[in-house]
Structure formats: structure tokens, C-alpha cells
Design a protein around this ligand. Structure first.
Ligand SMILES: Cc1ncc(COP(=O)(O)O)c(C=O)c1O
Length: 389
């Protein structure tokens, strides 16, 4: 590792030279099956020919103009995102955490318009929303926040999945402006709330005049078998954040809003130099086209069902497995012990996976994996679990 890189990542001892579909090759030509897709980013797999072609063509045509002028590809992307979410307007940023910043700024604007001096946001324990100061302050991890105080104020924390706890907060405070929640918590170890939870948050927000913000940065874009995970529940948020798979690896994020939240900004109130430039926007349009034409939500749902069936049947008698949970191809296997060593063992066997919370095996494979690759992931992960001491 270079001594000149800041010490922010505990990188695995491997570097990849190229990828194709769900496969990666390291510098020595060894092949790996990718069960994490760059943390849920390369949903269409590596080196997707149409994505590669559109990036090459746009790079040779026009990379960047800044938002000083109209950007037709950004307008096209906004139309397409509005189409798949049923929302009204889009702000295009460069990452997930910036999409969260945009959502929080909209909340502050509308909160002040409602007459609140310090508009607050109810956030969840164990949530993850990103690394900028406001997103970090919203994040429910003391470990991630430690040492970065003073944090941004205005966040009130509730246990994830507990609507009654939020009712209590509502009774004790009249400074709340929004609820921010991941419909399925990712970093927390793929936690799916009980059916009806998101609906009860929606009705509380309607009663109280709060905004409902869904962070779908990890759970969105077909990952769970729908375009967005909240669509399993027929609940519509006021604001939705999306990023990761949106351009299959080209950096981009977006904040999507409807109703009053969509109209909060006026020119000059928010912006980004790179956000929504022609290259990022056109790439995202192509990714959305491919997802739509291949029915990627349906494909992820079917492959996910097959994978869950495989895990449940093979691991049913293993007492060290506490839970197998998730939706579509957003999968967590909770173990009763620290399994960090598994990611190194997996690497040796030619499989790339992730461990979160020390005891949850997290799998976010490319959504284009076929049944044989899905079986290979199930077989490799189960063998690794079986070989645990
Ligand atoms: C739910 C959620 N929100 C926000 C983020 C931050 O996104 P980014 O790393 O693109 O800033 C992540 C990243 O993992 C995430 O999973």
C-alpha cells in the first residue's frame, strides 16, 4: 500500500485488473466470483458492453459543462427517475452522501417555512447515511461518529422498526420536520422491518406534517426485486435518495422529491460543480434503460428467491447461523460469532464477499448473475460457514 494514501480503508490484500459480468481477475490472472459488486454498485456486472460504449462515446463527445448551462442528458435522467419512482423532481449529485445532504437541506427549508426554529429529523439506531458531517450525524453509529464532534445538531434517534417509539418522540417535541429511514438497513446487517412499519411511518408523517425520507442508496435500483425497496409496501416517500448502482460504477447520486419537497429550492440555494454532468447523466440513463429492458427487478426477485432457498436448505441445521434475511439480492447471514476471517478465506477460494457488524455475511452480487453463478455463491458461502472452527 502506498504511504501517501490517507489511512481510511482496511483493504483486502488483492487488486483487480479487469472484470466481466460477475467475474473479476487479479494481477496474477486468478479469477474471483464477485458477490459484493463494489458494495452494491455494479448491478449490471463489470465491463457491461453497452455501459462501456456509452461512456466511451460521451467521453469523446462532451464530458462536462457545469450547471451554468442546460444539460439535456441530466433532464432526460430526471424524467426517467421520476418515471421509476413516481416522484416529481430530481437533484443530481455525485454520491450517496451528497444525496442525503440535499434531502436534509430540503427538510431544513420546509421546516423553517413551517415556522420551526430548529427543524429536527428522526433517524434510526444502527442506520448508515454517509460520511459528510450532516450524513454522519444522521448515522446511527457512535463508532463512526466518535472523534468528529461537534456533530450537526437536530437529529433525534429511535430504534429501527419501532413505530411506537416515534409516536412518543412526536408527543415530546414540536420541532420535528422529517423521518429519515432506510427501508432495509444495509450496513446494520441487512435488517428488514416488519410489514406495515413503513406504512405506519407514512401515516404518522401525514398526521404530523412531517416529511418522510427513504434512503434507498443501498436498497434501491432493483436490488430487492422492485425498483425501490419501499415499493414492496405501496408507500410513497416525500424524498428518496438513490446512488450506488445508478451509473453502474460511474460516480453519481440523486435526491428525488415530490410535492412541496420538490419545490423547496430556488436557483442558487443548492448545487454541485460536477453533479449531473453529461457523462454521468447519460451513463445513468443507459443503466436505467438496461434495467428496464431486462426487467432487472423481476430477475433480481427470481434469482434472490433461488439463493434464499439454497441457503435455507443447506444451513437449516447449522446452530451457528442465527438468521438468513433480506430481499431479492440484498442478503445477510447472521452468525453467532465474529466471522471477519471469512472474507480472507473466501478470497483464497476465489469469492469476494463482505462482513458487516463483525458477524453478518453480507452479499450484494451483481443482479445479472445466472442460476449457475447463484448456486456457486451459495455453495462457496455454505462451505466457508461449514469450515468455521
Ligand atoms: C444506506 C446508505 N446511505 C448512504 C450511503 C453513502 O453513500 P456514498 O458512499 O455513495 O456516499 C451508503 C453507502 O454505503 C448507504 O449504504
Amino acid at each position: 500500500m502506498s504511504d501517501h494514501l490517507m489511512n481510511t480503508y482496511a483493504a483486502l490484500p488483492v487488486a483487480f485488473e479487469r472484470g466481466e459480468g460477475a467475474w473479476l481477475w487479479d494481477e496474477n490472472g486468478k479469477r474471483y466470483l464477485d458477490a459484493i459488486s463494489g458494495l452494491g454498485v455494479c448491478a449490471l456486472g463489470h465491463a457491461h458492453p453497452e455501459v462501456t460504449a456509452v461512456i466511451s462515446e460521451q467521453a469523446a463527445t462532451l464530458l462536462h459543462t457545469a450547471n451554468l448551462v442546460r444539460i439535456p442528458w441530466q433532464e432526460e435522467l430526471a424524467d426517467r427517475l421520476a418515471g421509476v419512482t413516481g416522484m416529481d423532481r430530481v437533484f443530481v449529485a455525485n454520491s450517496g452522501t451528497e444525496a442525503i445532504e440535499c434531502a436534509l437541506k430540503i427538510t431544513r427549508i420546509l421546516g423553517h417555512e413551517r415556522g420551526l426554529d430548529n427543524p429536527g429529523v428522526i433517524v434510526m439506531e444502527n442506520s448508515f447515511h454517509g460520511r459528510t458531517l450532516a450524513a454522519l450525524s444522521a448515522t446511527g453509529s457512535r463508532k463512526a461518529q466518535a472523534g468528529f464532534e461537534p456533530l450537526v445538531s437536530g437529529f433525534v434517534r429511535a430504534p429501527f422498526g419501532d413505530a411506537a417509539a416515534i409516536q412518543k418522540i412526536a408527543q415530546g417535541s414540536n420541532e420535528v420536520a422529517a423521518i429519515l429511514v432506510e427501508p432495509i438497513q444495509g450496513e446494520a446487517g441487512i435488517r428488514v422491518p416488519q410489514p406495515g412499519y413503513l406504512e405506519s411511518l407514512r401515516s404518522m408523517c401525514d398526521q404530523q406534517g412531517w416529511l418522510l425520507i427513504f434512503d434507498e442508496i443501498q436498497s434501491g435500483l432493483c436490488r430487492t426485486g422492485k425498483w425501490y425497496a419501499h415499493q414492496h409496501e405501496q408507500v410513497i416517500p416525500d424524498i428518496l435518495t438513490t446512488a450506488k448502482a445508478l451509473a453502474n460504477g460511474f460516480p453519481i447520486g440523486a435526491c428525488v422529491a415530490r410535492g412541496a419537497a420538490a419545490e423547496a429550492f430556488t436557483p442558487g440555494r443548492h448545487g454541485s460543480t460536477f453533479g449531473g454532468n453529461p457523462l454521468a447523466s447519460r451513463t445513468a440513463c443507459t443503466v436505467l434503460d438496461i434495467m428496464q429492458s431486462q426487467d432487472l427487478p423481476g430477475q433480481a426477485a427470481r434469482t434472490g428467491e433461488h439463493v434464499f432457498k439454497g441457503f435455507r436448505s443447506r444451513l437449516k441445521d447449522d446452530s451457528r447461523v442465527k438468521d438468513i434475511r433480506g430481499r431479492g439480492l440484498m442478503i445477510g447471514i447472521e452468525m453467532d460469532c465474529d466471522v471477519n476471517q471469512l472474507k480472507f478465506d473466501a478470497l483464497e477460494k476465489g469469492l469476494l464477499l463482505n462482513i458487516t457488524r463483525n458477524n453478518v455475511i453480507r452479499l450484494l452480487p451483481p443482479l445479472i448473475i445466472d442460476e449457475a453463478q447463484a448456486d456457486q455463491i451459495v455453495d462457496a458461502v455454505c462451505s466457508l460457514i461449514e469450515s468455521l472452527d
